[in-house]
Design a protein around this ligand. Structure first.
Ligand SMILES: NC(=O)c1ccc[n+]([C@@H]2O[C@H](COP(=O)([O-])OP(=O)(O)OC[C@H]3O[C@@H](n4cnc5c(N)ncnc54)[C@H](OP(=O)(O)O)[C@@H]3O)[C@@H](O)[C@H]2O)c1
Length: 345
């Protein structure tokens, strides 16, 4: 089947996904019978662009204008969805941690327009997961978000598809790559400002790095993970949070030399009444597997009632890794649809 795809957000991740889909075009066709065209792209600066006959991806990737890409500009998401007629919407706009908006509204609009929605944006998962899941189910559509935590590593799909009936009693992990990189640079002699500048040059830290340094990003990921894999909606303000800003660089270096490094640890635990969760710097024992999780690598360890311990480590992710998580969600959604169509025929 030929799928109309529409992207909301065309930054690092959106562009990486466009390149990945283009590179794997033959594989999608040969392996899954899936062909695709891009019928909509939206971003803050470009506006709502749609072209029912398909847009020129190369022109868009090269920064070309809407007319060259074959697109018309629409006033809002509703008009855009009506023009792009997407089977799948990829929502990849910037995180608004405190509300999850406007991404929540975009996802709802996409589902109501009849599309599956795949997002890389944690905000909607933290602020609206049960509602979006139930809406998708009631409409017979899919809502997927593998890339929201640990980029392309299979976490949500692992629990959904491979670990039936498994109950997660807790997890701990290093979920924010930027702070892990900053700690590594401080272990090597940099102060926090120097480490942040290096991370910004490499594209690892935002212009305003506070969301990473003060533990907000890690707290959002902790809440998203607890909400979905522990089945317990966890409001962001219930995650106890501390960042790495207060750590002394000399102490960070000494701790590493002593083999007991500082790391920003995310934790969640099931209790008799719900789930408690925290993000904060901890000095790890030498034997901890997390003591060896360095640079932009991230890792999470789950305690469950089926596998006593399960640890997943993702080494050195890039926006390409995140794009792969979105592609994997797309394939899982549409291959399920192809099987259903086959069974009905
Ligand atoms: N970078 C990663 O590896 C990674 C990993 C996991 C998850 N994520 C998540 O993936 C999403 C995208 O990340 P990114 O690195 O691609 O960010 P980015 O490079 O800053 O791109 C964000 C895109 O969203 C667009 N945008 C922002 N607000 C919008 C709005 N209100 N309506 C429509 N479009 C809007 C921006 O438009 P303009 O271009 O016009 O500004 C831009 O195209 C974020 O939610 C992020 O947390 C990223």
């Amino acid at each position: 089947m030929r799928y109309n795809l529409a992207f909301i957000g065309f930054g690092n991740v959106g562009q990486a996904l466009a390149r990945l889909l283009t590179r794997r075009r033959q594989d999608l066709a040969a392996g899954y019978g899936v062909t695709w065209r891009l019928t909509g792209v939206a971003s803050r600066r470009r506006g709502w662009l749609a072209g029912a006959d398909g847009l020129d991806v190369e022109v868009l990737l090269n920064g070309g204008n809407a007319i060259a890409a074959g697109a018309g500009a629409l006033p809002d998401v509703q008009a855009w969805l009506a023009a792009a007629q997407p089977h799948v919407v990829f929502e990849m706009s910037s995180l608004q941690a405190s509300t999850g908006q406007p991404a929540i509204d975009y996802i709802e609009a996409g589902l109501r327009a009849g599309a599956h929605v795949v997002t890389a944006n944690k905000g909607p998962v933290v602020h609206a997961y049960p509602r979006l899941r139930d809406l998708a189910e009631s409409l017979g559509r899919g809502f997927r978000f593998e890339s929201t935590v640990m980029d392309g590593a299979p976490i949500f799909s692992l629990f959904r598809s491979c670990l039936p009936l498994t109950r997660v009693s807790g997890f701990e992990g290093i979920l924010n790559s930027t702070t892990n990189y900053l700690l590594a640079r401080m272990e090597a002699g940099a102060d926090l400002d120097q480490a942040v500048r290096e991370a910004q040059t490499l594209g690892l830290a935002e212009t305003d790095p506070a969301a990473d340094i003060d533990g907000f990003d890690a707290a959002v990921k902790t809440a998203a993970l607890a909400t979905v894999v522990m089945g317990q909606p966890l409001p962001l303000n219930e995650v106890t949070r501390a960042g790495i800003r207060g750590l002394d660089p000399a102490e960070i270096r000494a701790a590493r030399q002593a083999g007991r490094p500082w790391k920003l640890l995310c934790r969640a635990e099931r209790t008799a009444t719900g789930v408690t969760a925290s993000v904060g710097p901890e000095r790890l024992p030498e034997a901890s597997p997390f003591a060896q999780v360095n640079g932009t690598t991230s890792a999470v360890h789950f305690a469950t009632d089926t596998l006593p311990g399960l640890t997943i480590t993702e080494h050195d992710p890039t926006p390409e890794t995140t794009a792969y998580g979105l592609l994997a969600d797309f394939i899982s959604l549409v291959s399920a649809q192809e099987v259903t169509a086959l069974a009905a025929s």
